[in-house]
Design a protein around this ligand. Structure first.
Ligand code: DAH
Length: 345
């Protein structure tokens, strides 16, 4: 009998030092587990003399019940203290699909990198613009037919009760191009200026090659003695970096109200190599961007002395470059959020 009292005592003292459920489990199996002391004793009982068996059994069982009881209590008090969450590390993990950059963003970043590497700074301007910056200062006066080139979203002034078709009277618009940033920066900073202005622009237009929102990168370089040769060098270098060093580039006379002379810049069709195909509408050339020498009227509006300074400007449509690079045949795909499209980049 003494033996059981000792066993109980040692169990109790060991129980005292148990501080978590794992230790408790180890302790319990040491006593009442498959090979534990108590289980061992129960097995030995079979060999004990008949008359002792009953008393022996009672003692062993009593101790076993006691240990089980103590174990339960300890477990309850441990789990009250232990508020950690246990993770079943054998469960299959939750798969997190990695995100990817949007094709327009990939191309935009690449274009920014190219111009930054040439020494251009990066500037920004507001997407909600005034008529002055978006049109007037860029030599596009009110009622001038050049305004029809850009299907403008007019913003209803706060509190105004105007019917929709007279919003045109409002002098607040969603910028239709990034060119207004030229004026904003020229007003703020003195030449020499050499910067690009990337960003979103808006036009009320939607078809296979137009979306109401799209992206442009504007460029401006102003200093003493800037000529068309500088413009050619910068834009040729840009096109050769994006589309390869051997692609032919041509400057075609064009018109923009804010540049004189103006040019549209084409590159040789990569698809037919100039012989004419569907991609280049049989011309052998693909239009890439608009550019020109800054019109003196624009310099005057922005307060730049035309006796001292000349400059060039250019505007690049990002979705257009992305379409050419990736062969995207419908510009609207960029903004439909279809993952089957987006996962390809
Ligand atoms: N702002 C013009 C557009 O959206 C693009 C452009 C053409 C920008 C010629 C320029 C430029 O700076 O010189 O159609």
């Amino acid at each position: 009998m003494d033996y059981y009292a000792k066993l109980e005592e040692s169990f109790q003292s060991e129980l005292q030092s148990v501080s978590n459920t794992v230790e408790l489990q180890t302790l319990l199996s040491k006593y009442i587990g498959k090979n534990g002391f108590i289980t061992q004793k129960l097995k030995e009982m079979a060999a004990a003399p008949k008359e002792e068996r009953a008393a022996l059994g009672k003692a062993v069982n009593k101790l076993k019940c006691y240990i089980e009881e103590q174990g339960k209590e300890k477990k309850a008090s441990l789990s009250k203290k232990d508020n950690r969450t246990y993770v079943d590390i054998t469960l299959p993990g939750a798969y997190v699909k990695p995100g990817g950059r949007h094709p327009v963003k990939i191309v935009l970043n690449e274009i920014i990198d190219i111009f930054v590497s040439m020494g251009f700074a990066v500037e920004e301007g507001p997407e909600v613009e005034t008529d002055f910056y978006n049109f007037e200062a860029l030599n596009i006066p009110l009622n001038h037919p050049a305004r029809d080139m850009q299907d403008t979203f007019y913003i209803k002034p706060l509190g105004a009760e105007t019917p929709a078709n007279s919003y045109r009277e409002s002098n607040i618009v969603l910028r239709t191009h990034t060119s207004p940033v030229q004026i904003r920066i020229m007003e703020k900073k003195k030449p020499p200026l050499m910067f690009i202005a990337p960003g979103k622009v808006y036009r009320c237009d939607s078809d296979i090659s137009h979306t109401p929102i799209f992206h442009q990168v504007e460029g401006l370089m102003v200093d003493e003695g800037i000529t068309f040769a500088n413009l050619k060098a910068v834009l040729e270098a840009f096109i050769h970096i994006v589309f390869g060093p051997d692609v032919p580039v041509r400057f075609r006379p064009s018109f923009f109200p804010f540049t004189e002379p103006s040019a549209e810049v084409d590159m040789g069709c990569f698809s037919c190599k100039g012989t004419g195909c569907r991609v280049c509408k049989n011309s052998g050339w693909i239009e890439i961007l608009g550019a020109g020498m800054v019109d003196p009227r624009v310099f005057n509006k922005a307060g730049i002395d035309t006796n001292v300074y000349t400059g060039f400007a250019f505007g690049i449509g990002i979705e257009r470059i992305a379409s050419l690079k990736y062969g995207i045949d419908d510009i609207r795909l960029n903004y439909e959020g279809d993952l089957r499209f987006l996962r390809q980049f």
